[in-house]
Design a protein around this ligand. Structure first.
Ligand SMILES: O=C(O)CCC(=O)C(=O)O
Length: 270
């Protein structure tokens, strides 16, 4: 099976409203952007990764491959990633990189990570906005593959905390802080947030269905936070432009007089 590059023209620029909201809150919800067939196929893939990984083609044993590969540079999120991490180097090369992914099946009563992040926590990847230009050096995209009802366990986000200048007071360190916001959405929605924003994985509260999600992380092309941990063969099976999301981390080779705008056997992120 092949998973072609998305058509180049499919991604529109980030709207002024999206820029305003992302800068104000540190996160953005894109409801229902995946086709139903993709939602079904990716949800089944997440279950297969958990229950029957060995039955999958070796290249498909990851949340960045198989049917989930279309998430990596889905036009709806590319729109935002270009706006918060950087535009394409050219038509064949993204201006940002993808460096981490994990699948999730969270059943009733299961809880995720405690509240973490906020302000300067991710070092050189920290959030900033200058002269109308957003820089969210480490940006997470959570793809929800089952419905999420308000307050039933979607990611909690402390809106505005990506720009905080003082430590979070003890009274707001827990899951129960009233400063946390969350969302509701249909299957096939994407939540994009700056890893600079304080966020948490609260307890999943419904037995109607588990939380099934894929979490992908993107960084500035010239800096790396996560170790990649994806075999080169998996990347080589991707279409050409998608491969550039996994290229090595450097900007320009002055020895050869060449920019870093390609993926190759020698130019893979560590
Ligand atoms: O489980 C969640 O909803 C949040 C995941 C999380 O905390 C993270 O990606 O850093």
């Amino acid at each position: 099976m092949t998973y072609d590059d998305h058509p180049i023209d499919a991604a529109q620029p980030m709207t002024d409203e999206q820029k305003f909201l992302f800068d104000l809150k540190g996160w953005l919800l894109l409801p229902g952007v995946l086709a139903e067939d993709d939602v079904t196929a990716i949800r089944e893939h997440v279950y297969a990764l958990r229950d029957d990984r060995d039955s999958l083609d070796p290249n498909d044993r990851y949340s960045l491959s198989g049917p989930a590969q279309v998430l990596v540079d889905h036009p709806a999120i590319v729109t935002v990633l270009r706006g918060v991490l950087g535009g394409d180097r050219h038509d064949g090369c993204y201006g940002f990189r993808c460096e981490n992914s994990f699948p999730m099946v969270r059943s009733e009563g299961q809880v995720g990570l405690e509240p973490h992040g906020g302000g300067l926590g991710v070092g050189v990847h920290k959030y900033s906005c200058q002269n109308g230009s957003i820089y969210s050096g480490l940006t997470r995209v959570a793809w929800e593959l089952n419905p999420v009802r308000h307050g039933e366990g979607g990611t909690l986000v402390m809106s505005g905390s990506h720009k905080m200048n003082f430590p979070i007071p003890d009274s707001h360190l827990g899951f129960d802080s009233p400063l946390f916001e969350t969302y509701e959405c249909p299957p096939g929605s994407a939540i994009l947030f700056s890893e600079s924003v304080n966020h948490a994985g609260p307890i999943w509260k419904t037995k109607d269905h588990p939380r099934v999600a894929v979490f992908n992380c993107y960084s500035n092309a010239d800096a790396q936070y996560h170790k990649l941990c994806l075999p080169r063969e998996v990347i080589e099976a991707m279409p050409p432009k998608r491969r550039t999301l996994f290229r090595g981390v450097w900007h320009h080779d002055f020895y050869r007089g060449a920019p870093n705008d390609y993926f190759s056997e020698e130019n893979v992120a560590l």
